[in-house]
Design a protein around this ligand. Sequence first.
Ligand SMILES: NC(=O)c1ccc[n+]([C@@H]2O[C@H](COP(=O)([O-])OP(=O)(O)OC[C@H]3O[C@@H](n4cnc5c(N)ncnc54)[C@H](OP(=O)(O)O)[C@@H]3O)[C@@H](O)[C@H]2O)c1
Length: 299
Amino acid sequence: MKVLLTGGTGFVGTALVEALREHGHTPTLLTRPRSKPPTNAASIPWDTEVGPPPAAAWEETDAVINLAGEPLQGRWTAAKKDRIKQSRVGTTSHLVAGMAALERKPSQLISVSAIGYYGDRGDETLTEDATAGHDFLAAVCREWEAAAMSAEPLGVTVARTRFGIVLGKDGGALGPLNRLGKLGLLGPIGGGKQWWSWIHIADLVGFMIHALENRLSGPFNLVAPDGRRQRDWAATAARVLHRPGFLPAPAFAVRAAVGGFAAELLSSRHVIPAATQASGFEFAFPDLEPALKNAFADD
Ligand SMILES: NC(=O)c1ccc[n+]([C@@H]2O[C@H](COP(=O)([O-])OP(=O)(O)OC[C@H]3O[C@@H](n4cnc5c(N)ncnc54)[C@H](OP(=O)(O)O)[C@@H]3O)[C@@H](O)[C@H]2O)c1
């Protein structure tokens, strides 16, 4: 299939482009004009803030995978929060407006969201049917998903993939977590009772291919079945890194070290991949310890 991607130059996109090629698909990337062009696929410049992608981008496109989004790391000033929202909701709306104008539309849109959709939910178990939360990230995710869903009346099949904390070598959650680890702060964070729901990048990419090839629709929690309380997660990470005795990190220290991303680390989301597993997908890394060992391993 010819697959058009946004955000394809990032941590997830780079791994996904590789996997798409391995599965015989042809990825083309829409990248912002100021971004460095990718070396692993064809790319077309698109200013996501201005309007729909150029007409030439859509030629023969069978499916669209929408990953674009301003990174959450850093201080959440009003301007940063606006970029976090617009780079997701605005980009997705422009993408769907572009589809609406086409005579031959792509048959499928796989759009990213996050488990931030559920907000901060204590010990509640959250399948894909759970209600959305009410904080800033939950509101962004709701609008992001709604923008993607507006492609359905056009006859496009829409899958919404709610990513958990993604574990992989070259980015994602392990960047900020490594920084905390170096400061000796990867102990219980803010008490450590909060649930962390995570997924290994290999499974994330594997599910995206599965969704594409089986034309899946609906919301999917992209988390492994082995969600843990953060203090248990931290103890496992300490064992894997052979660094016992990490110090507890009070919430203020986490906020100082990783900025607005702290909201992600301090919130509790016990997310279950119910629809993901019901779709027939099998996890390569269902358990935390082997997933962390693989993600932290040196090449
Ligand atoms: N990694 C995680 O743990 C995690 C967890 C939950 C959800 N997610 C979501 O999954 C998606 C991919 O994650 P990732 O870790 O691969 O992110 P990433 O490495 O930061 O890459 C995101 C890509 O989005 C584009 N982008 C960045 N800022 C943008 C902006 N202001 N406006 C429009 N496009 C922008 C960039 O592509 P170009 O420069 O080529 O345009 C960039 O390569 C993101 O939307 C993220 O929120 C990730």
